[in-house]
Design a protein around this ligand. Structure first.
Ligand code: ATP
Length: 363
């Protein structure tokens, strides 16, 4: 890894990028920390263009060799309000102090930018070798419960296991959740975890009671394999298909589209005929249909996705006008009448459809 070209012995790569390099995986974002005040440091660099400064957090975004890099100051933090963003109490502390605010030992490795030496203050290298996820202290999940979902994300992504004591701390927390937490951050971690599209992740999420962070209502594992379903019928919002299974997402800040996907699902009742299935799903988002498959009627949803959705009427209002029917609300009834026939006989041609429309009028 040779991403930054600055020779300063207080500058370190940290966290995910070092972890991923040791695992032989390419990391997308690069976190860099300066042991001291990163803002003053960045200002002193003639080769760096300062793009953005966040004074309270001591972070700075710079452009270096045409690349944007965030440099953080080493800092101390306290969780004044558990479950919410911590407060920075001191900027420019030692690495030994900075490391304490991090989540898991595997994310605490610092790698000197100038020498490449790795500084391991928590046994993170050993845990990486042993595929173990371990918190740094017993209050970790109480301070920040999003770490429970992060642990699951890393476990699934790398095939790691939670260390026994960490699992016990997680279980203890999940028995006594403080729901006053930042759900924007919970949502972000849920998105990253569920977007891995892993049935294993979801099963652990339910069986280990992690879902209780989101809802107090009991959730059981659906019979349908969601990973397979999504592989067959890809959707944009993978995470929402998994999260939607929990039923109650009222704590999460949802976008209008996300809320619509869930609302459309919940108002869709039992669908008996092909026509009912078609009408229920023709304007629905694919995520709504998958939720219906998982929680209500897999056969009906799959029938729509495999077969019915390919059937489209060829006639439109203009065609009806041409055969002498004046525009009126009756058009919808005519289209529905023809559609019912076409769902039974998908090979109907446009001429057949026009004939059917005429028949409807004759009664
Ligand atoms: P990813 O590969 O998913 O980006 P990452 O480890 O780089 O993983 P980030 O969310 O980018 O994760 O965070 C960067 C670093 O910041 C982490 O490696 C970790 O040291 C620290 N960190 C992130 N989130 C938390 C948290 N909730 N609590 C404590 N430390 C955290």
């Amino acid at each position: 890894m040779n991403i930054i070209n600055i020779n300063d012995n207080k500058l370190y790569y940290v966290g995910g990028v070092v972890r991923d390099e040791l695992l032989g995986i390419e990391s997308l974002d690069v976190d860099v920390v300066y042991e001291g005040n990163a803002i003053e440091f960045a200002k002193s660099l003639s080769e760096a263009e300062i793009l953005q400064i966040n004074e309270p957090f001591g972070t700075v975004r710079v452009k270096l060799d045409g690349r944007e890099v965030d440099i953080a100051s080493t800092r101390d933090e306290v969780y004044e309000r558990k479950g919410h963003l911590p407060t920075v109490t001191k900027i420019g502390v030692t690495l030994e102090s900075d490391v304490k605010r991090r989540d898991f030992t595997i994310n605490t490795l610092y790698k000197s930018v100038s020498t490449g030496e790795i500084v391991d203050l928590t046994g993170g290298r050993e845990d990486l070798k042993n595929k173990t996820i371990r918190v740094l202290h017993d209050e970790s999940f109480i301070d920040d419960p999003t770490r429970i979902i992060r642990a699951l994300k890393f476990a699934v992504r790398f095939g790691f296991k939670l260390d026994k004591h960490t699992k016990k701390l997680q279980d203890d927390y999940l028995k006594n959740i403080n729901y006053d937490m930042c759900y924007k951050r919970i949502k972000k971690e849920l998105i990253e975890t569920f977007n891995l599209n892993s049935q294993t992740a979801f099963e652990t999420f339910i069986k280990d009671n992690i879902y209780k962070l989101v809802t107090e209502k009991k959730v059981t594992l659906p019979r349908v394999n969601i990973e397979k379903l999504i592989n067959l019928y890809p959707v944009d919002n993978i995470w929402l298909v998994y999260a939607g299974v929990l039923g109650d997402l009222s704590r999460l800040p949802l976008t209008k589209t996300e809320q619509k996907i869930l609302d459309d699902f919940s108002v869709t009742g039992k669908l008996k005929t092909d026509f009912e299935i078609y009408k229920a799903f023709e304007k629905a988002m694919p995520e709504t249909i998958l939720l219906y498959a998982i929680l209500k009627d897999e056969k009906a949803a799959v029938k729509y996705l495999d077969k019915l959705r390919c059937i489209k009427l060829s006639i439109n209002g203009k065609d009806l006008q041409e055969i002498g029917i004046a525009p009126s609300p009756e058009y919808q009834e005519i289209f529905d009448y023809v559609l019912k026939l076409k769902l039974k006989s998908p090979d109907m041609s446009k001429a057949d459809e026009i004939k059917a429309a005429r028949n409807y009028l004759v009664g």
